[in-house]
Design a protein around this ligand. Sequence first.
Ligand SMILES: *Cc1c(COP(=O)(O)O)cnc(C)c1O
Length: 395
Amino acid sequence: MIARDALAIDGGAPVRARTLPYGRHAVDEEDIQAVVEVLRSDWITSGPAVAEFEEAFAKTVGARFAVAVANGTAALHAAAFAVGLGPGDEAIISPMTFAATANCVLYQGGRVVFADVRPDTLALDPARVEAALSPATRAIITVDYAGQPSDLDELRALAQRRGLVLIEDASHALGAVYRGRPVGALADLTTFSLHPVKHVTTGEGGMVTTDDAALAARVRAFRTHGITKSAGEREDWRYEMVALGYNYRLTDIQSALGRSQLRKLEGWLARRAAIAARYQTAFGAVTEVEPLGVLPDRRSAWHLYVIRLALERLRVGRGDVFRALRAENIGVNVHYIPVPWHPYYQGLGYRKGGWPVAEHAYERMLTLPIFPAMTDTDVDDVVTAVGKVVAHWRR
Ligand SMILES: *Cc1c(COP(=O)(O)O)cnc(C)c1O
């Protein structure tokens, strides 16, 4: 006989019959029509839909310029190129991010210096950044972890004082607001990902935004082999390759999807915030669960809903809780394994233990499902499953 409240991992009935993923895109008939229209047109790449999408995106994030690229990683690569990051240069980065944030520095031949995060928000701690500065530091790349803007005023002031550039990896933060200003032109360059788990999607895609015309021009050239065509050029066939760029272009097909998706962003942000609020209320009563800190002077875009488990109150570790929740058909995830822990970075000489706040958080974190199409019942299923698993293993 299996007890009625037995964990699914022990053979009990799961809280949900079907798996709820941690994130999921939404594509509607309007999106499909927008894509079909482009497919019937003369341009399926390098055409007018790209420029239209860029214009709409720039407007949405309050930046003068937006340059569409093939993915969020290309956006970071282009940003690292545009600011002139090169061999011998150091960039300071949070270890609590996706590997691509750090990889873009390596693509340019630079060196990554990881600085620890704040314990409440898990975003780059400006005091730790300051402590990590060296004469070789050229850039700070900050990540708006889980969707909440990082300490942009402090980081920008530090960058200005030391003659550094500030790049903001806002892959989690499309639609976020910092001290009354939208995320998009608060750093020298801001990058976005348009992957299906992010706020709006183009399948694969990315965007670089800035208020700086020269930086925008460098990103634009970089995405097309480093080729420029100067205005007023007499011969139509003439172009010049002035830098070693890549083919990082976004197609018109993708841009049409992105433009259509962007129209729904505000509604989606509101739904994400409502889901987060429902979680906050529910977990306020669960002492084993600690949500991330929410700062009053900024609006999170709620890309991820991350909790930390109070492991000292449980008889098992995060791995058991993770597996038990998966068995309950809750698609939990972990964001992120600290970047310097990856074998590739270990091979470069980074060692565990250098970023105690991020590493401590990593050992106990879980990402719970959050995406606009989730219903209140879905949210309640997650809360029920977390409560069930935690109660089972409570000390
Ligand atoms: C998604 C993501 C990226 C990479 O974006 P892609 O579009 O998958 O290349 C980079 N940084 C962060 C923080 C991300 O979440």
